[in-house]
Write a protein that binds this ligand. Sequence first.
Ligand code: SF4
Ligand code: ZN
Ligand code: ZN
Length: 322
Amino acid sequence: MKCRVCRGPAVIDLPRHNANFCAAHFTKFCRDQVERAISEFDMLSPGDRVLVAVSGGKDSLAVWHLLRELGYEADGLHVHLGIGGYSSASARMARAHAEALGARLVEVDLREDYGFDVPTGAEAARRTPCSACGLSKRHVFDRAAVDGGYDALATGHNLDDEAAVLFGNVLRWQMDYLARQHPVLPARAGLPRKVKPLVRLGERETAAYCLVSGIDYLVEECPMSAGNKHLAYKAALNDLEVESPGTKANFYLSFLRQASPLLEPVGESGREGLGRCERCGAPSPSATCAFCRLRERAATAEPVTLRARPAPGAGPTTEDPT
Ligand code: SF4
Ligand code: ZN
Ligand code: ZN
C-alpha cells in the first residue's frame, strides 16, 4: 500500500477517496479537508477567536489541534458533566491536550457552577440523560462563548455524526431540525456563531489523525450512550458505506448543497419571536428557558451517582456526543 502523493509506505487507506496516504500526507489531507469546509461554508475568517467545545474524545481534540495548526486563536472549553469516572477521565484528557498545545482551557463544572450534574438533572426532570446533557451543554457553550467575546464556538461533529443525525431527521421528516442542520449557524442575539469544521472528515479519519499526531484521547464511550438511536443510525450507514464507499459523504454533502437551501424559510420561521429567559437572559421561546427549568428541578433532588442505561431509543437527535 503506497501513499498516493509520495509513493512512500501508506498508513491509511481511504476507500471513499480511492486513496492511501503516509502519515505526513494524511495529516495534510485532514488539514485540507478542514480548510475546505471552513471556506466552503464560510465558517471562520483569519484571526477569528474560537472557543472549542472539548470533551476529551478524538473529534474534539482533533478539531482543536487542527484549528490551531491552521492559525486560529482557539481556546478549549470543557464541561464537567458529573458522569462518574467517565467525566474524570474526560477532564484529564482535555487538560493534557491543553498543556500539549500550550492553549487555554476554560472549565465549567455543572455541579459546582449550576448545582446539579447530568445523572441527577435527567432523573429530576424525567428527561433521558442525553437530553438533559445536550440541553446543559448547549446552554453552557453558548454562555461561555458569548461572555468570553469569542467570534465562534466550534464543535467536533464529524461526517459520521452529521450523516447519522440527518438520517434520523429524514426518517421522521423533522423539518425544523432539518432546516437547522447546517455546519455553520450565524450568531444572533445571545447566541454565538456555531461551526463544525470536521464535517468533511469521518470518525475513522479523526481517530487516525489523533494517532499519527500523537494525541492521546479518551477511547471509552460515555456509559449513558448505550441504546441511543444515533449509534444505530451510524451502524446502518456504516454497512452502506462498506458496500458503496462515499455513500455517507454523498448523503450529507448533497443534502447541504441541494436540499438545505430549500429549507431556509422553515428555519427562519422557527427563529421568529424568540424572547429572553427572565432568569438567565438566554434566548428562549418561553418566560423561563428549558435550562433554568431543568436546573430548578435538579436543585432540590437527591444526587444520583450514575444511571448507566437510558431507555432504548433515547439519545440525541440534533446533538452530538461532544
Ligand atoms: Fe451526554 Fe453524550 Fe453521554 Fe449522552 S452520550 S449523556 S450526550 S456525554
Ligand atoms: Zn506521502
Ligand atoms: Zn434561563
